[in-house]
Design a protein around this ligand. Sequence first.
Ligand SMILES: Cc1cc2nc3c(=O)[nH]c(=O)nc-3n(C[C@H](O)[C@H](O)[C@H](O)COP(=O)(O)O)c2cc1C
Length: 353
Amino acid sequence: MGAAVEKMNRDAIARRFVLAPMDGMSRASFRSVCFDYGADGATTEMIQSLAYGRAKKRMSAAFEETLTRYPNERWLAAQLIGSDPVAMAESARRLTALNRFDAIDINMGCPARKVVGSGNGSALLKDPGRALAVMEAVRAATLLPVQLKLRLGWDAAHITAPQLARAAEQLGFSAVTVHGRTREQMYGGQVDAGAIRAVCEATALPVYANGGVACARDALRFLRDTGAAGVAIGRAALKQPWIFEDIRCLERGETPRVRRAPERIALLTRLAALACGHRPEKVAVSEMRKFCGWMLPGFSGAEDVLRRLNGVDTLDGFNRLMDDYLDRLARQNDLDPHSELAPTQTLDTVRGR
Ligand SMILES: Cc1cc2nc3c(=O)[nH]c(=O)nc-3n(C[C@H](O)[C@H](O)[C@H](O)COP(=O)(O)O)c2cc1C
C-alpha cells in the first residue's frame, strides 16, 4: 500500500460517522446542527455541474446556502453531479477556488428518473467509459482530494462498484462511499452489507458504507458487517440529528439519553433561525414543517402543533408556536416522548428523490 493511501486511511479512521448528501437537506443550516451533535464530516447536497459551471456569478443565489460553511463544520466535501467532463471540471475548479472545502465528491448514485434520463447520477454506473472520463476530468481540475459516491451497480446483474472503486484508487481518489443498493432498488429493498464488504476488499481506499441505518446501534452494526472505514448516514439523521452523539455513547458502553422536548424544540428553533439567514423567511419556515414532522411525533399534542404550523409563515410565529408548545408540555410535566404516540416511522417515510 502506498504512503499516500495509508495516510488517507488514517485520516478516514479519524472521520468515521458522516452526514450523507441529501438534496434539499444537506445545506449549511442542517449540516451545522449535525456537527453540533458530533458528526465527523458532511457532504453538501448535489450541485448540478451544468448549472454551477455556467452560473454568471461565482455563487448564484441557488447555491448560496449549500456552499456556505459554518465554523463548526469540521470537515466538508462539496458534491457535484453531471456527466459532461468539461462542465464537471469547470465546476470542480470553481468550487476549489472558493477555498472552503476539504474535498470534491462525485455523485454516481442518484437514481431519479430525470437525473438518470440525462445520463447523470447512477446512469454512469452502466457507462464505465464516461464514468472514467468524468473522474479523470475532476481529478485533473483540482488539488483537493476527490471522492466518489456510488451505488452497487445499475441492477443485480451489473454490479460495477468494485471496478469503479478500483479505478478511483488508480486515479488517486481519497475515498469511496457505497450505498448498498442498486439503481433498480431505488430506496427500497435490502441493503447488501456483503456487497459493500466486497468493495472494501477490492480497493485500498477508505470506504464509507451507506444505506438503511435507522439508529445508532444500526450504524455500529453496519460498520462491523461491512468492514468499512466509516458510515454515511442520511435519512436517520433527518429524524435524529443526535444520532452521531448516540453512536459515541454506545461506543463508550453508555445508553444514549432520551431527547426530551426542550432539547428538540431548541434544536428546531435554532435550525429555523439558521435557515432564515439564507432563504426567504416564508420558504424557510414552511420547510421546518418537515423537520417538525420528523422530530415531534411521540409528544402529547404534536399533531395539533403540526396542524397549526400550516398557518405559520414567519420566524416569530414559528418561535411563538414552539415556545407555547414547550410551556404547555412543561406545565403538564409531560416533556418526554411517548413511544405509543409516535406513528410507526420507517426510513422509507423519508423518500429519496
Ligand atoms: C431526500 C434525499 C435526497 C438525496 N440527495 C442526494 C444527493 O444530493 N446526493 C447523493 O449522493 N445522494 C443523495 N441521496 C442519497 C443519500 O445520500 C443516501 O445514499 C441514501 O438516502 C441512503 O442512505 P440512508 O438510508 O442513510 O438515507 C438523497 C437521499 C434522500 C432521502
